[in-house]
Design a protein around this ligand. Structure first.
Ligand code: AP5
Length: 214
């Protein structure tokens, strides 16, 4: 099954994609994580992406589309995969449809994470990430068991993402509204969209996702 998680920054896509990936053994393809990996190795692609990400702008379509096109051909995507943060523009969605068609495949379901802006700001500005393994925490709603220590790998020193600073967060939400929200109509027309409330506790959101993707 090919699933897209569509929703504003901070709506919980990454958290839930990881859980669904573990439950169904489908890889989680997060374009944000792919870019952050490139940034950590200081690759040319990473440096180019960083200049957009730091401002809360989208990385140009051609760069993202080519990167995903390579990734979905990987054998681990054979039985299905979860796209987390891609597509984010209509040209990206069209390119994805075209590529999957060429592979005799298609998107099966698009899960839309619905949530108010105020809660998104709270989630993004309070998010802390482990720089070693990428595990995600929150200062209020998902505290690590020991302050500042990663529950998964034990690394000390959880960090705030550069683009989770309040000034950048507002631009990211604006960019979502202008450039990504039109995809709601795109997938509605294809009959693939299922909306869930992302403003519930972690387990309730996951239950709704299981229902929406069954
Ligand atoms: P990316 O990394 O994809 O960021 P995003 O889409 O903005 O999403 P986030 O990772 O911020 O949030 P999320 O929805 O995954 O929420 P999370 O689960 O972490 O992209 C970063 C940048 O890369 C973009 O701005 C762009 O520049 C570039 N980029 C990426 N893809 C691109 C593309 N396709 N095209 C062009 N550019 C692209 O949760 C957030 C917080 O809330 C966490 O602290 C979590 O613990 C907490 N939380 C989650 N769920 C709950 C809950 N139910 N209750 C309480 N707290 C919760």
């Amino acid at each position: 099954m090919i699933i897209i998680f569509l929703g504003a920054p901070g709506s919980g896509k990454g958290t839930q994609a990881k859980q669904l990936s573990d439950a169904r053994s489908w890889p989680q393809l997060s374009t944000g994580d792919m870019f952050r990996e490139h940034i950590s190795t200081k690759s040319d692609l990473g440096m180019k992406a960083k200049s957009f990400m730091d401002k809360g702008e989208l990385v140009p379509d051609s760069v993202v589309v080519d990167m995903v096109a390579v990734r979905v051909k990987n054998p681990d995507c054979k039985n299905g995969f979860i796209l987390d943060g891609f597509p984010r523009t209509t040209p990206q969605a069209e390119a994805l449809d075209l590529q999957l068609k060429g592979m005799s495949r298609a998107v099966d379901r698009v899960v839309l994470f619905e949530i108010e802006n105020e809660e998104l700001v709270r989630r993004l500005t309070g998010r802390r990430t482990c720089p070693k393994c990428g595990s995600v925490f929150h200062l209020v709603s998902k505290k690590p068991q020991v302050e500042d220590l990663c529950d998964s790998c034990g690394h000390k020193g959880l960090k705030q993402r550069d683009d989770d600073r309040a000034d950048v967060v507002h631009n990211r939400l604006d960019v979502y509204r202008k450039q990504t929200a039109p995809l709601i109509g795109y997938y509605q027309k294809q009959g693939k969209l299922r909306s869930i409330s992302a403003d519930q506790d972690f387990d309730a959101v996951f239950r709704d996702i299981i229902e929406a993707t069954s």
